[in-house]
Design a protein around this ligand. Sequence first.
Ligand SMILES: [Zn+2]
Length: 404
Amino acid sequence: MRWHVRTTSYRTGDIVQRSRRITLAALTSAVLVGTAGIVAVPAAQAIPVNSHCGTESAGNRSAFVTHDQLTRQLEQIESTTGGIVDVSVAGLSNEGREIYQARVGTGDTVVLVQSQIHGNENHGTEALLSLLKEFGGNTAAAAEIRENITIVAIPRLNVDGGERDTRQNHMSWDEVVEDFPQLAGVDPAWNYRADVPGFDVNRDFNPDLDYVPQPEDFPGDSADTGWYITPEAQTVRDVYAGLEGEFGVVDYFVDLHNQWPCYAQEGTGDMSPLSISARFIADPSEFGDWPNFDYDASRRANVAVYDALQGQGESAFGDLTLYPQDTNLPGTALGSFALRGSATVLFETSSNTQSDGQKRNGFLTKQVEIGLRGLITAVADGSIESLDPEAYEAIPERIYLPAD
Ligand SMILES: [Zn+2]
């Protein structure tokens, strides 16, 4: 086996130097007026130097691994850690690409983390590759994590979307009907886009891991559960079910995404490069009896992420915000697995590949690493248990800004 060494830089310092200052006064005033009741922003206040708001052309993916590079990097991590990081194929995508899982640690508490369920959201994958190397390493901190936790990572779940740079996977409704003949003649799922063709895989989940698609459940909608009709969601379901069999409950589930590049933090007006959330289900009883649902555990996990990103000596790392809290998304992986009892954390880093170039990539990847490392460390040393779930409510909210 030949190993390739990538030349991509993960440095963060250059981001600070290359970003430019813009003023809030230059942004569309209507948005700020519309939120004036909760935002006190001096009109001429400069956005921090880390800001970037649609000022860079998008579509440059050279900083992100291809599927072949992902494969080689995972093989290399497994080799250099002497198998401490154990890499295997968890399933195959609809186009037949390998979906990998990497497992490290032997503790009784399990953390399942996945990235790139949306194919054009890459930063979480890069962060996972970096953290897997770290957690498989020789440091005392890594050894403590491995002793107390079992980490299972699925870097780039949507490998077809990753190669094609699409949010969706690559699968036609006809292929779904081939797999599930009982769906012949029904309207395609609401999260299907025929022009791709493909599905938003992150609406294909159901808290019932044994659910079988029923014609009367289609086309469905955002406020209802999904079906496991995509091979990608089926792969996560199978990994999750296996971990439940092994550990009882999958203690933590983290999903790494990207969002619109231009948000500010309520109160300060600072650009917010990351939003997080614990909340995906408005009323758990709406979807049956799920006695292990534990919103406070999810809130503590998010507080651990928030705390880790404060005081990093890089001010923008601390400017994370809460994702909208009025959502009800039982068909997402986070929603379904929260119902089953996982403490859940959503990461929404600024900018997918269609909305940003590569100037901020190092910074954006690094903040995911810091936040996720903070959560895992707090779980490993037990300190997460002493966090106040109510502290979650004090995390600033996110404010939409138009691209300039
Ligand atoms: Zn996403």
